[in-house]
Design a protein around this ligand. Structure first.
Ligand SMILES: *[C@@H]1O[C@H](CO)[C@@H](O)[C@H](O)[C@H]1NC(C)=O
Ligand SMILES: *[C@@H]1O[C@H](CO)[C@@H](O)[C@H](O)[C@H]1NC(C)=O
Ligand SMILES: *[C@@H]1O[C@H](CO)[C@@H](O)[C@H](O)[C@H]1NC(C)=O
Ligand SMILES: *[C@@H]1O[C@H](CO)[C@@H](O)[C@H](O)[C@H]1NC(C)=O
Ligand SMILES: *[C@@H]1O[C@H](CO)[C@@H](O)[C@H](O)[C@H]1NC(C)=O
Ligand SMILES: *[C@@H]1O[C@H](CO)[C@@H](O)[C@H](O)[C@H]1NC(C)=O
Length: 522
């Protein structure tokens, strides 16, 4: 029984081993097959690009010659798309690092549509058209903006992308160079209707002794030197622009009677300004108008800028009138003009106020002189962009990476200003720059030097810049801004102003005013 049993069992065992071998064989064959298939696929993959490379030189050359052509062009949309894509990719990484997955996802999806568009354009061999590119550029810009906003704190770590952005910016500048030459001229020339208004008002001022009397009374008003009130300075020769600044400030103030405006203008606009501000109602705010030509203390022996200006008259080509106008530089003399005041808000004439501004005057400046919004986060406006760091005078005293800031809406602590001798420092730097080698033009470079280490960064919603050149500012940002600034050539009072922003300015102009009516139709 045992043997039989063993015998009986043996064939079973043999059968069993048979099966095992068969299965093993099958596996082996399957494995081999898989290996072969995969190998073939691998080979396919490694062969294909070679084939492609071999195949397409002509096509590639075709494309390359046209692509290089397009890429060299400053207005190329594909280039703009490609650059935006690079930036967006960097932000995907940053957003992921900060667990902002939704933003990362949104960015990635836009990047994909951007890539799709570029490859489609490459396939058909035509450049990207504006209609195709615009929605993508727009949505990418707004996303990039959002990313910058959300990762404000890491923005400084993106400094590695500096060169990239710089290149972008330079190209943008190059692209508008032609329009700038024209734009600058157009921005400077006062439109005819504004000039007409000036003339009408000046005549009105001269013929109207009661207006002159009103103005005289204002000169002695104790409110002008009362430090319990809120003081604003505006230095401009543009009547309508100044009117909008004052009107928008009082229109958004809870207690406009507590506001005092100190306007300084030039001799040509003086009468018109006086007439306008005394004829119209600005909700009980106190408004003083002064003529810069009556500031005898502002003379060549005291102020280097006056000397440089009179020297410049001999060489008008070297100095741009706009940048060297004395009214522009008056901002450096605020403590001299108003010796009794302690704190003021300085407003340029191309801003519109949209919110109550009085809280600005109680902001803690931490002993600093100048409260301003910084500008280095969006476009990397750092000191090296404005000043000649090849000069040891600059490079030994300043950090080239120091963050720039903007004039336009600034809070000045005049007590701290006088203590730090800011005006003397401004004089010092102007004298050092007599030959124009430290910086070329404008009030910002000497401002960056004179207020170095004395500037308190403000929340950027206080002052949103760019409405005079940037068509793609986030509308929510504009809405939330306390002050919007039309810096750039496209001023809202000009024909070439950006249409959608113009309304923000125009709503503070009384268009039914008889003088304006006469002048617009004239
Ligand atoms: C480049 O594109 C133009 C049309 O924009 C076309 O006429 C020309 O043939 C293209 N160049 C090459 C080398 O194919
Ligand atoms: C120039 O200004 C200084 C003070 O700023 C003053 O002392 C001097 O009298 C002025 N000179 C003239 C000619 O007005
Ligand atoms: C400012 O100038 C005065 C006199 O010119 C000088 O005594 C003072 O030390 C200066 N202050 C600073 C902070 O430079
Ligand atoms: C910058 O400063 C250096 C040294 O003073 C000077 O040689 C150079 O011309 C300046 N550059 C410009 C653009 O003025
Ligand atoms: C000031 O702005 C208001 C709108 O807020 C406008 O109705 C008014 O006419 C403006 N006043 C002047 C003098 O422009
Ligand atoms: C606009 O000006 C006219 C004329 O001065 C004036 O009667 C009118 O009240 C002003 N409108 C507003 C809204 O200020």
């Amino acid at each position: 029984m045992r043997r039989r049993a063993a015998d009986f069992r043996r064939p079973v065992r043999r059968k069993y081993w048979c099966w095992v071998w068969a299965l093993l064989g099958l596996f082996l064959v399957a494995g081999l097959l898989l290996f072969v298939v995969q190998h073939i696929q691998n080979e396919d993959r490694s062969v294909n690009p070679v084939q492609e490379r071999r195949e397409s030189p002509q096509r590639e050359a075709h494309r390359v010659s046209n692509f290089t052509e397009e890429l060299v062009s400053t207005t190329s949309l594909s280039r703009q798309l490609a650059e935006q894509m690079t930036l967006a990719k960097a932000y995907v990484v940053i957003a992921k690092e900060h667990n902002n997955l939704h933003l990362a996802w949104e960015l990635s999806s836009r990047i994909r549509s951007c890539q799709l568009l570029l490859s489609k354009a490459a396939m058909r061999g035509d450049p990207v058209t504006f209609d195709e590119a615009e929605p993508i550029i727009k949505s990418l810009s707004s996303l990039i903006f959002k990313a910058q906003d959300a990762h404000y704190d890491v923005a400084t770590t993106i400094i590695t992308m500096k060169s990239h952005i710089q290149a972008l910016e330079d190209r943008a500048n190059a692209a508008i160079v032609q329009s700038t030459v024209f734009g600058q001229l157009a921005a400077e020339a006062l439109p005819k209707s504004l000039h007409c208004l000036n003339v009408k008002l000046t005549v009105n001022w001269i013929r109207n002794p009661s207006l002159q009397k009103l103005a005289e009374e204002t000169v002695y008003s104790p409110r002008l030197v009362d430090n319990n009130l809120y003081h604003f300075c505006i230095f401009s020769d543009n009547l309508l622009a100044t009117s909008v600044v004052v009107n928008s400030t009082v229109s958004n103030a809870d207690h406009p009677q507590q506001l005092v405006f100190h306007i300084v203008t030039n001799g040509i606009s003086y009468g018109a300004m006086q007439a306008w501000f005394h004829r119209n109602d600005f909700k009980g705010a106190t408004i003083e108008v002064q003529n810069i030509e009556e500031f005898t203390w502002l003379n060549a022996s005291f102020a280097p800028i006056v000397k440089q200006l009179s020297d410049a008259d001999a060489e008008p080509k070297m100095w741009n009138q706009k940048y060297l106008s004395l009214l522009d530089h008056l901002r450096f003399y605020i403590p001299d003009i108003y010796p009794q005041l302690e704190k003021v808000v300085f407003l340029e004439d191309d801003v519109v106020v949209q919110k109550e501004l009085t809280p600005l005057l109680s902001l803690e400046l931490h002993g600093n002189v100048n409260g301003a919004v910084e500008t280095c986060l969006e476009a990397f406006h750092r000191y090296y962009r404005y000043l000649n760091f090849s000069n040891p005078l600059i490079s030994t005293k300043f950090d080239p990476q120091a963050c720039g800031w903007a004039f336009g809406m600034n809070v000045f602590d005049l007590i701290a200003w006088r203590k730090a001798n800011v005006t003397s420092w401004y004089h010092y730097w102007l004298r050092q720059n007599a030959d124009g080698t430290l910086w070329k033009l404008g009030t910002l470079p000497p401002g960056l030097l004179a207020f170095y280490g004395l500037t308190e960064p403000l929340d950027r919603r206080w002052h949103v810049l760019g409405l005079g050149y940037d068509m793609n500012i986030d509308s929510r940002l504009i809405e939330s801004a306390a002050v919007i600034h039309f810096n750039g050539n496209m001023k809202p009072w000009l024909k070439l102003g950006v249409g959608k922003y113009k309304l923000l300015w125009e709503r503070y102009v009384n268009t039914s005013h008889p003088f304006l009516q006469d002048c617009v139709t004239a």
